[in-house]
Design a protein around this ligand. Structure first.
Ligand SMILES: Cc1cc2nc3c(=O)[nH]c(=O)nc-3n(C[C@H](O)[C@H](O)[C@H](O)COP(=O)(O)OP(=O)(O)OC[C@H]3O[C@@H](n4cnc5c(N)ncnc54)[C@H](O)[C@@H]3O)c2cc1C
Length: 322
């Protein structure tokens, strides 16, 4: 069986989510775990991709692929999958990867299983695992035809360096269909942020409705800064416009797995839990001793965030001498 992993990249670096998916595919013990890089000026990343588990890295390096648009990528991928006869194509979810996966499924008339949180080989067959019913159960899913396409929930697998970067690099011809040139990128903007992103941070301090008002997010920002971490939020507060959507953790937000997750004024609804339950240590501060978050916290602090969080920040600053 052979599997191709679509490796997304940002500012000249392969993204962590794609490398994590590649590591998982390489561990499946599949016959071939290959990767593909599509873009302009991407060849330099092939070695790093090889170090993360790909035995072959296909590179489509062409100005026509510079803009992060799905259809030109679908053109190149569809030909590659057909010419090399890949059995499986696996993507780490992102806005672009989801578009590409859907486009490829339509082009190849292939089945796409999405939002998977695990993959395994059972009796030589690829099986995916997908949370269902509000993430309260895990369903095993399969495919009725080939190639099998799989989209993995973001943040599911950590990257693992597997080898010495000795992957064979193969150049892929780039031919773009006329209809794929119809959409053009007019403008691209980057969000400016200080400190680590919530996907990469070892420490996350998250705020919920218990903070009372948007201005009180400064409490979690100060603590996150003192700990060198990132700030996250619940859907309730991003829906209320208190904090940006990009920081939302949970079922309809991001999945994170920091070493330490400090939840401040968060009730711990199932939809929030599924996005952060993989964290190493969970500390929750909530004034309600019966808050659901305490059921899955390692340390439960019953009290008012407005009193506890500033004191905690002060203590951290004192300890760190900052
Ligand atoms: C389809 C669907 C998808 C969803 N997706 C997500 C998602 O991705 N992420 C997500 O987070 N939610 C999601 N939700 C919403 C989720 O169900 C909850 O409504 C939400 O997580 C609650 O946010 P919260 O904990 O900030 O607010 P609340 O549930 O209102 O909790 C506030 C908590 O703060 C405590 N508190 C109040 N004052 C203080 C104080 N002074 N000091 C200490 N504690 C205090 C309260 O005791 C309470 O426990 C989704 C819901 C649906 C239906």
């Amino acid at each position: 069986m052979s599997t191709l992993v679509y490796v997304e990249h940002h500012e000249g670096e392969p993204v962590k989510g794609s490398l994590g998916v590649l590591g998982k595919v390489a561990q499946l013990g599949d016959d071939v775990a290959a990767a593909v890089l599509l873009g302009a000026g991407v060849e330099g990343m092939a070695e790093e991709v090889g170090r993360h588990g790909a035995s072959r890295v296909f590179v489509a390096d062409d100005p026509a692929l510079e803009a992060p648009l799905p259809q030109p990528r679908v053109d190149v991928l569809a030909k590659l999958v057909e010419s090399e006869g890949f059995d499986n194509v696996v993507f780490g979810a992102s806005v672009l990867a989801s578009d590409v996966a859907a486009g490829l499924a339509a082009r190849l008339e292939a089945g796409l299983n999405w939002d998977l949180v695990d993959l395994e080989l059972k009796d030589g067959k690829l099986v995916g695992r997908r949370p269902a019913l509000g993430d309260s159960v895990i369903a095993e899913v399969g495919w009725k035809s080939e190639p099998r396409l799989a989209l993995i929930r973001s943040g599911t697998f950590e990257p693992v360096e597997a080898g010495g970067g000795s992957a064979e690099v193969a150049k892929v011809p780039v031919e773009i269909q006329d209809f794929s040139k119809q959409a053009v990128m007019v403008e691209q903007a980057h969000e400016e942020s200080q400190g680590p992103s919530i996907e990469d941070a070892d420490v996350i301090v998250a705020g919920g409705r218990g903070l009372g008002q948007p201005e009180n997010f400064s409490l979690v920002e100060d603590l996150a800064k003192a700990l060198g971490g990132a700030v996250a939020a619940t859907r309730a507060v991003v829906d209320a416009g208190w904090y940006p959507y990009s920081t939302q953790v949970g079922q309809t937000g991001k999945t994170v797995s920091p070493k330490l997750y400090i939840a401040c004024g968060i009730s711990g609804a199932i939809q929030h839990k599924v996005g952060m339950q993989g964290s190493g240590t969970i500390v929750a501060i909530n004034k309600d001793p019966n808050a659901p978050i305490f059921e899955y916290s390692d340390l439960a602090v019953v009290g008012d965030v407005h009193e506890i969080v500033p004191k905690l920040t002060e203590l951290v600053r004192e300890k760190r001498g900052s």
